[in-house]
Design a protein around this ligand. Structure first.
Ligand SMILES: Nc1ncnc2c1ncn2[C@@H]1O[C@H](COP(=O)(O)OP(=O)(O)OP(=O)(O)O)[C@@H](O)[C@H]1O
Length: 247
């Protein structure tokens, strides 16, 4: 459903994505993991067309994302930090988003209702708490019932009830055959929500396989120790590569 074909991205001298090739298939939920600054958001933003790779190609449902924004209708995106016009009211934001997609007549209002956003529709976005902004972002990501959901640290900043609501929504959507991409540092969330692990380390895809395989390869029954082992291996590889370079 999404093909990332040998993409490279540098910011100045910093090589953030080095030869990334990945396939994302419908009905699966992918955990995109890696240390801070490893390139998770850059990967997501490249798929969304918000960051332009220096080389390589990205296809969404077989269509290259270069040159046309048409593919974006398939994507729902929840950013790490939602930035909205400060003086706009919640209700106005939703009306504006609906006006931008006039061809869509039915909306997925599950999260609008669960988070009771209608009750605060006259509040300005600039006055909202961080968690409430996250609720707005989550509700917008699902609003047009997209086939692909890209969620960047979706549970960060949400209270425990809001987290459970969002997690159950994500699980339902995956069961309905959608493709889900999630980045998070909260391993218990990833274990619950995903079936495929992608671990990025220093600009490279260090691991890309099912969570079952990850557990087998690491000889760990639980997700968290399996990831810890992967992290140790990536650090070991780094020091071995360094030693080889200096030899
Ligand atoms: N627009 C930009 N200009 C310059 N450098 C950037 C830009 N965007 C990202 N970077 C740098 O690229 C690297 C990767 O950033 P990115 O946000 O993709 O990491 P991440 O894996 O999502 O990190 P985190 O876990 O902290 O969210 C970082 O070193 C970051 O500072």
């Amino acid at each position: 459903m999404i093909t990332v074909n040998s993409i490279f991205k540098k910011f100045g001298k910093l090589e953030v994505l080095k030869d990334f090739t990945l396939n994302f298939e419908r009905g699966n939920s992918y955990a995109i993991m890696g240390p801070n600054g490893s390139g998770k958001t850059t990967l997501i933003k490249s798929i969304l067309g918000m960051v332009l790779p220096d080389k390589g190609e990205i296809l969404v449902k077989g269509l290259s994302i270069k040159g046309s924004n048409d593919y974006r209708k398939y994507l729902g995106y929840m950013p790490q930090i939602g930035r909205y016009p400060q003086n706009m009211k919640i209700g106005q934001l939703f009306s504006m988003m609906k006006d931008m997609r006039p061809e869509i007549k039915t909306y997925d209002l599950d999260l609008v209702e669960a988070y009771e956003l209608d009750k605060i529709k006259d509040k300005s976005l600039g006055t909202l708490s961080g968690g409430t902004v996250q609720k707005v972002s989550a509700a917008l990501a699902f609003l047009f019932n997209p086939e692909i959901l890209i969620l960047d640290e979706p549970t960060a900043g949400l209270d425990p009830i809001a987290v459970e609501i969002l997690k159950s929504k994500i699980k339902n959507e995956r069961e309905a055959g959608k493709l889900i991409l999630v980045t998070s540092h909260i391993l218990s969330d990833l274990e619950e929500l995903t079936n495929h692990a992608i671990y990025i380390f220093e600009g490279e895809v260090f691991f890309n396989d099912s969570i079952e395989s990850l557990k087998e390869i690491t000889s760990e029954e639980k997700f968290s120790p399996a990831i810890a082992k992967l992290m140790q291996w990536s650090l070991k590889k780094k020091s071995t590569t360094k030693a080889m370079t200096y030899a």
